[in-house]
Design a protein around this ligand. Structure first.
Ligand SMILES: NC(=O)c1ccc[n+]([C@@H]2O[C@H](COP(=O)([O-])OP(=O)(O)OC[C@H]3O[C@@H](n4cnc5c(N)ncnc54)[C@H](O)[C@@H]3O)[C@@H](O)[C@H]2O)c1
Ligand SMILES: O=P(O)(O)OC[C@H](O)CO
Length: 336
């Protein structure tokens, strides 16, 4: 059934997901806080900075008016960077006059509080302004979804019927959505894989080969699972789409902003310059800090996250951090 859907965030991923929803014949409106971008979407039918070479359908509209965008919406999709999530959710709760299903497709942990995004949304949007919160996450580069490459992804919610609602909204011949009830595992896998992608890119930038990439991905997955399980996740989630699937797509692709950032750091560029030139969100940088602090707090061993934290936040040299990580106390692979 045709649904009215507001997409809050008109960056790469918001626009690509709006295209999927538009393809599925839903009534979709993008919300952005950039007037020039709104004009470009509405008049030129492009969003060049975020999705170059993509022609948008003429019926895909953008607006700066949040109240108008969410009025009568059946579902509202939040897809702004994690650092903007609380602010946008708060703005939404001030103008919302109905009770839509809330979906989010962002990947990160809130700074300082270390909260998952669905918890931030639940705190800011009281139950009289929403139905369930559903997480949409998995191996999915916006650039590939926008050209209708085959993609699989997960809709996670404790309430299976809300996950099924989101599955039906998005699924089509090139975009296949699975359901999952492990919200913690899906959100933790999504947030933490960006840290490992930074590391995978850095190894590539330094000239390391396939063995090193396999090492960081495999041992990265071990520490993602360790922290995830300590937070209450089902360990099996990490061998699914939001675990190994998203790790693979982010650690091996030039589309990944996290991988590209790591690669340039490995080549010797400084972080501020890399982030400025990227012009899009690189979630792994902030997530590294949140995950490092969370692991310290909970006494979870995360040597790769710690190594990347020391490079990003203490200015240590990548090569010496790698050597130290390799030479730390030997252990069994079966230790969890
Ligand atoms: N790009 C992808 O392929 C992809 C895929 C899956 C998930 N994600 C996740 O989706 C989230 C968004 O990523 P993206 O790629 O669309 O980022 P992006 O940098 O391409 O776009 C972010 C958008 O959010 C807007 N924004 C930023 N702060 C805002 C604020 N305070 N209020 C309103 N709008 C604000 C920006 O103007 C921009 O339009 C991230 O958490 C990312 O990890 C991205
Ligand atoms: O470009 P990245 O590194 O933010 O990764 C995009 C998606 O999360 C891949 O699934």
């Amino acid at each position: 059934m045709k649904q009215k859907i507001a997409v809050l965030g008109a960056g790469s991923w918001g626009t690509a997901l709006a295209l999927v929803l538009n393809e599925n014949k839903h009534d979709v409106t993008l919300w952005s806080h950039h007037p020039a971008q709104i004009k470009e979407i509405n008049e030129e039918h492009t969003n060049t900075h975020y999705l170059s070479d993509i022609k948008l359908p003429e019926n895909l509209k953008a607006t700066e008016n949040l109240k108008e965008c969410v009025a009568d919406a059946d579902a509202v999709l939040f897809v702004v960077p994690t650092k903007a999530m609380r602010e946008v959710a708060h703005k939404f709760s001030e103008v919302c006059e109905n009770k839509p299903v809330i979906i989010h497709a962002s990947k990160g942990l809130e700074q300082v509080s270390h909260k998952r995004i669905s918890d931030v949304l639940k705190e800011e949007i009281t139950p009289e302004h929403r139905q369930d919160v559903v997480v949409l996450s998995g191996p999915s580069h916006a650039e590939e979804v926008a050209v209708k490459d085959v993609t699989t992804i997960t809709a996670a919610c404790e309430n299976h019927s809300s996950a099924q609602y989101v599955q039906e909204l998005f699924s089509n011949r090139y975009f296949r959505v699975y359901t999952n009830q492990d919200v913690i595992g899906v959100e933790m896998g999504a947030a933490l894989k960006n840290i490992i992608a930074l590391g995978s890119g850095a190894l590539h930038g330094l000239g390391y080969g396939d063995n090193a990439r396999a090492a960081i991905m495999t041992r990265g997955l071990a520490e993602i699972s360790r922290l995830g399980v300590a937070m209450g996740a089902d360990p099996l989630t990490f061998i699914g789409l939001s675990g190994v699937g998203d790790l693979e797509v982010t650690c091996n692709s030039v589309h990944s902003r996290n991988w590209r950032t790591g690669n340039l750091l490995g080549q010797g560029q400084d972080l501020d310059t890399v982030l400025e030139n990227m012009g899009m969100i690189v979630e792994g940088v902030a997530t590294t800090k949140a995950a490092y602090e969370l692991a310290e707090e909970r006494k979870i061993e995360m040597p790769i996250t710690e190594a990347i934290y020391r490079v990003l936040y203490n200015g240590e040299k990548i090569a010496s951090v790698i050597e130290e990580t390799m030479l730390r106390d030997y252990k069994s692979e079966q230790e969890f």
